[in-house]
Design a protein around this ligand. Structure first.
Ligand SMILES: Cc1cc2nc3c(=O)[nH]c(=O)nc-3n(C[C@H](O)[C@H](O)[C@H](O)COP(=O)(O)O)c2cc1C
Length: 355
C-alpha cells in the first residue's frame, strides 16, 4: 500500500500524520522537529511559554520571545513541515500569531474558539489556516463566515472527537456518551457540509481527524472514511523527544483506564486528564489560591477560577505532579513504552500498511 501524502494548502507532507499541538510546553521544538523530519507535520504549542510569574507586559514579551526562539530552534533541526497551535482564549493570541508568521511558520492551527478574524491577521495565502472543530455545525459556521466576510475558506480542518486529550469541544454531558459523537459519525457530517464550499472554491478542504487514534489500524480506518490525515497527541507524549519531565511520561505509563477522567478546567471547557493527587486535592478544597499578576486567558477570573491552569500544567511539565494537571487522551492507559519519534512513526506506518 502506498502511504498517502497530506496536502494542506501549499504544504505537502510525505505522511498523513500531524503531531498535535500540546500545551503547556509538551510539544516544543524537539518533538515538532522530530516529527517533521519523519515526513509528518510537527506542531509547536504556543501556550504557556512566557514567564508566568512576571508582570503583564513582561509576560507578553517573554511569551513572544520564547515562541520565536522555539520556532528558530525547530527550524535549526528540520527542513520539514512545522505548524504552531493557538487557543482562541489566549489574551496575547494576536501577538503570538504575528510572531509565528514573521518567523516563517506556514501553518496556523486554531482551537478553543471561533477564528473570526484569523484571515485578517494572516492575509498571506501561503500560510495555511486550519481551525479545530468538534462538529459539522462549527465547520459550516466558520466556512460561511469566511466566505462572506473575506472571500476565502479554510485550508483544512482538524476534527477533534471526544476521546482526545486536553480541552474538549463537548459538554460534560456529551462526554458521558462518546459513542454518540465518534469520529466515524462526525466525519461524514463534516465532509458533507464542506462539500459546497469545496465546489465553490474549486479546492479540497482536507479534514484531519483527531482523538483516540492510537495505531496504524486506526489511521487506516480514518483514511478509508475520507479523512485526509490524522492528528495524534497522546502517543507523542511518550517519546524521547517530548519535552515534559520523566515523571509526566511515567504517569502515562502507569495510568489505568479508570484513572483517566473528565475535569472542568478554568478555561470553561471540559478536559481529559489523569485523576492524580492534584485533582483529588482540588475536589476536597474546591478552590486553590491564585495570585495572578496578569491574565493569560480571556475567560479566567483569578477570584473565582478554581486554580491557575497555566501553573498546574507547568508543574506537571517540571515533574511536580502532586501540584500539576496531567492532560492525556482516553487511550493513554494503552501506552507502555517510550519510543523515539522515528521508531513510533515507523511502527505506525508498518501497521498502516498491514491494515
Ligand atoms: C498533554 C496534552 C496537551 C494538549 N494540549 C493541547 C493544546 O494546548 N491545544 C490543542 O489544540 N490541543 C491540545 N491537545 C490535543 C492534541 O493536540 C490532539 O488533538 C489530541 O491529543 C488527539 O488525541 P489523542 O491524544 O488521543 O491522540 C493536547 C493533548 C494532550 C495529550
Amino acid at each position: 500500500m502506498k502511504i498517502p501524502k497530506l496536502r494542506i494548502g501549499n504544504l505537502i507532507a510525505e505522511i498523513p500524520i500531524i503531531q498535535g499541538g500540546m500545551g503547556v510546553r509538551v510539544s516544543l521544538s524537539p518533538l515538532a522537529a522530530a516529527v517533521a523530519n519523519q515526513g509528518g507535520i510537527g506542531t509547536i504549542s504556543s501556550i504557556g511559554l512566557g514567564d508566568i510569574k512576571a508582570s503583564a507586559n513582561e509576560y507578553v514579551r517573554t511569551a513572544r520571545e520564547a515562541l520565536a526562539n522555539e520556532i528558530r530552534k525547530a527550524r535549526s533541526l528540520t527542513n520539514g513541515h512545522l505548524a504552531v497551535n493557538f487557543m482562541g482564549v489566549l489574551t496575547n493570541i494576536n501577538d503570538l500569531i504575528r510572531v509565528s508568521v514573521q518567523e516563517g511558520i506556514k501553518m496556523i492551527v486554531f482551537g478553543a474558539g471561533l477564528p473570526t478574524k484569523l484571515p485578517v491577521l494572516v492575509p498571506d495565502p501561503s500560510v495555511s489556516l486550519v481551525p479545530i472543530v468538534s462538529c459539522a455545525r462549527a465547520a459550516k459556521i466558520i466556512l460561511r463566515m469566511w466566505d462572506r466576510r473575506y472571500g476565502r475558506i479554510t485550508d483544512g480542518f482538524i476534527l477533534e472527537g471526544p476521546l482526545a486529550g486536553g480541552h474538549l469541544g463537548f459538554s460534560v454531558e456529551q462526554l458521558k456518551h462518546p459513542e454518540d459523537y465518534s469520529l466515524e459519525k462526525l466525519l461524514p457530517e463534516v465532509l458533507e457540509v464542506i462539500k459546497p464550499f469545496e465546489d465553490k472554491y474549486g479546492k479540497k478542504i482536507p479534514v484531519i481527524t483527531a482523538g483516540g487514534i492510537y495505531d496504524g489500524k486506526d489511521i487506516a480506518r480514518m483514511l478509508s472514511l475520507g479523512a485526509s490525515g490524522v492528528q495524534m497527541g497522546t502517543r507523542f507524549v511518550c517519546t524521547e523527544e517530548c519535552s515534559v519531565s520523566q515523571e509526566f511520561k511515567q504517569a502515562y505509563l502507569d495510568v489505568k483506564k479508570e484513572d483517566i477522567i473528565i475535569t472542568k478546567s478554568p478555561v470553561g471547557m471540559p478536559g481529559r486528564a489523569i485523576n492524580n493527587r492534584f485533582l483529588k486535592d482540588l475536589e476536597i478544597k474546591g478552590k486553590m489560591k491564585i495570585s495572578c499578576p496578569y491574565k493569560c486567558l480571556t475567560v479566567c477570573k483569578a477570584d473565582t477560577s478554581k486554580y491557575c491552569i497555566a501553573l498546574a500544567l507547568l508543574n506537571s511539565y517540571f515533574g511536580d505532579l502532586d501540584h500539576g494537571l496531567i492532560f492525556c487522551g482516553q487511550n493513554a492507559y494503552r501506552v507502555n513504552k517510550i519510543y523515539t519519534v522515528k521508531e513510533l512513526i515507523k511502527l505506525l506506518l508498518d501497521e498502516l500498511k498491514e491494515a
